[in-house]
Structure formats: structure tokens, C-alpha cells
Write a protein that binds this ligand. Sequence first.
Ligand code: UD1
Length: 384
Amino acid sequence: MTVVRVLQVVGARPQFVKLAPVSRALAAAAAEGGTPFEERVLHTGQHYDDDMSARFFDELELPHPAVNLGVGSGSHGEQTARMLAGIEKVLLDLQPDIVVVYGDTNSTLAGALAAVKLGAPVAHVEAGLRSGNRRMPEEINRIATDHVCDLLFAPTEAAVANLQREGLATRTQWVGDVMADAVLHGVVAAREHGATLDRFGLRGRRFAVATLHRAASTTAYALPRLLEALEQAARRFDAMIVPLHPRTRAAIARYRGEWRPDPRIVICEPLGHRDLLQLLDAAAMVLTDSGGLQKEAFLLGTPCVTLRDETEWVESVDAGGNRIAGIGTAAVLSAVDELTSCAPPKQVLAERAAACYGCGKAAARIVAALPGAMLPGTDRWGAP
Ligand code: UD1
């Protein structure tokens, strides 16, 4: 059987989490006598701190990147341009049969554009999500990526409907959500490994987990409001753990100098995926501006307050596990109180999430579909 050469393009923390199940499924396909794949990972270097990158590769046992472009931080234009130039060179060198991009970051858009311009088939994992807010850089990345990719792997029915509305139905396939695969796989180890609960002294306590990282959350206007909302919300719990993204840490230093919150708030470094899953699983509530955390909380049956004005994960709201609160203290407190009294039980929420996102088979479906994207009988890399 012909070996299919797959180039996985990743660069930011949530993409390492999504890569893990697909990488496992690629290895399993060959081991089970199916299509043999040769997998290479291209890391753009968008995230470079050990806490944001190396730790995820170790813990999730990801293949060591064949290439790390080391693009680092920059404006969106600069960052994306450096990635495009670097990815193009790697594509010409490695000549993969198919390129796979994940999610909605600048690394996603750069990977998709570089590949399509060279005529290489490209697949988008987590296609079709829309927040309706075109001021989010991620929304532009999603729309542009979906419109240039050959294969669109949609995680939800809502995502399929979005792609149909945009005329992309023929390239779309519902596969379920690779984050469901990652959570269902990861939570087993997380539950066995109680070290993070011990580290923060959380056993037997009613605690919340809060994160902020989006550009819109870290402006001079939004950041003080969000910190105030978190301080007030923390009083509803015994403790609130706040792992700080580097962007948020830098914004606090810029606008506040120092944040000395209510003593119930415990600030820490960005956590690895297993540690985070352990906290999300045992928490009474999650407060976040992250798309990934909203969904991880839902899959684990933990209620979530979303610190934005919209969400891509409408299923979690419909299921009663997520409230869209924005950044104001009054709205955040009322969402916390409503969820405390009315959220469905953990098991019920987790079952509703599994019904929306699939039960851990998304990566296997993706891997089964990849060979279909290869162009039969052609060699786009210039061989006779
Ligand atoms: C990116 C994604 C976002 C995703 C998030 C997960 C885009 C447009 N956004 O946002 O969709 O949810 O990753 O974290 O691609 N920094 C460090 N060390 C790092 C990484 C970042 O110090 O390892 C700092 C830099 O100062 C950088 C800032 O964080 O300027 C923001 O990083 P960037 O990669 O631009 O975007 P994220 O906010 O992480």
C-alpha cells in the first residue's frame, strides 16, 4: 500500500491538544493494517514558552517537530507573513501528500494558505465554527481557512450548517470533535493523578477555575473590568485558580503594575493539559474567555461562565451548561448564581456534551478520510 505523507501544521497551545488524538489515530491506522501514514509535524513557533509548548509535546507524547520555524510574537501581519514564508519552504522540501491544519490561529491560516497556493491538498480540523464577530482575529482565520481548504472536518451540526450556508457543503464532513477525543482520553490519567488538587489544597473545597487570554480581554478597557468581575465572583467560592497566559500577565503589568486580588484567588503559571483537566473536572465552575475551556468544561459536566459576548459552542449554552456573561461584574455574578442553582447535574451535562461532540471517534474518522483528498495520478511537486 502506498505510504501517505501527512504534514501537520501547528503552533499554538490548543493545537497541540487537538493534534494528539489525530497523531495517535494515524499510528493506529498503520498498526491495524490500514493505510500507512508517514507523519511530520511543523511547529510554527507561535507559542514558544516551555509552559505553552514543550510541556505539551512531552506530556501528550506528540511526535517531535521535524521543523520549528521559531516565528515568535509580532503583529498579526508580521507573524502570519513569517509563517507563510517558512511553511512554503518546508512544503517544497518535504512535499507532503496532504497538509492538516487545526483550529483558528494565525498558524492555521498560514498553513492553509501556503499549502493551497502550492496546490497541495489541505484539510481543516475544526472547520465551520463561527462566532459572528468579525473583529475577532480567530473569526477571520476560520472563514479564510475554510474557504481555501479541500477537506473540512466539522465538529458539530451547527458547524456543518455554517459551512453549507457559505456554499462549502461538498467539501464538508461531520466527524465530531477532536477535543472530545482529547478530553475523554486525557481525563483518565488526570483522575489518577491528583497532584494538582493537592498542590493548591483543593480537596473537599468548592473552587472555580478562571482564565483570560484573548486580545479583546486584555485591553485597557476590558482588563480592569474582568479582574474586578473575577474578584467579586471569587467570593462565591472557597478558592479560584487563575493560570495566567503570558499575554494577560504582560497586560496586567502594563495596566495595573500589580494585581493583588482577594486571597481566595490563586494565580499560577499556565498549566499542562493533564493538570488543567484535573482542575476542570473537580471544579464547581469555570469562568473563561477561551473557546477550548468552554468545551472541555462541558465535556466534563462542569458549568461555565463565558467572559465574552458570544460563543462558537452554542450547544453548551442550549444544554444549560454555559452562560454568556460578557465582561461586566453584575452579569458575571448573575451567571455564576444562576448556574449554581440551575445547572444540570455533572453526569447529565457530560452526556449532553458527548451527544453533541461525538464520543471520542473524531480522529479515527479524520484519518479514514485523509487519503481521499490526495489527487490521483498527479504529482504536484514537479516529478515527471
Ligand atoms: C493564540 C490564538 C488564539 C488561541 C491562543 C491560545 C491567534 C490569532 N490567536 O492567541 O486563538 O486561543 O493562541 O493560547 O493565533 N506569548 C509568550 N509566550 C508564548 C506565547 C505567547 O510570551 O509562548 C505572549 C507574547 O507576548 C505574544 C502574546 O503572548 O505577543 C500573544 O501570543 P499570540 O500567539 O499572538 O496569541 P495568543 O494570545 O496566544
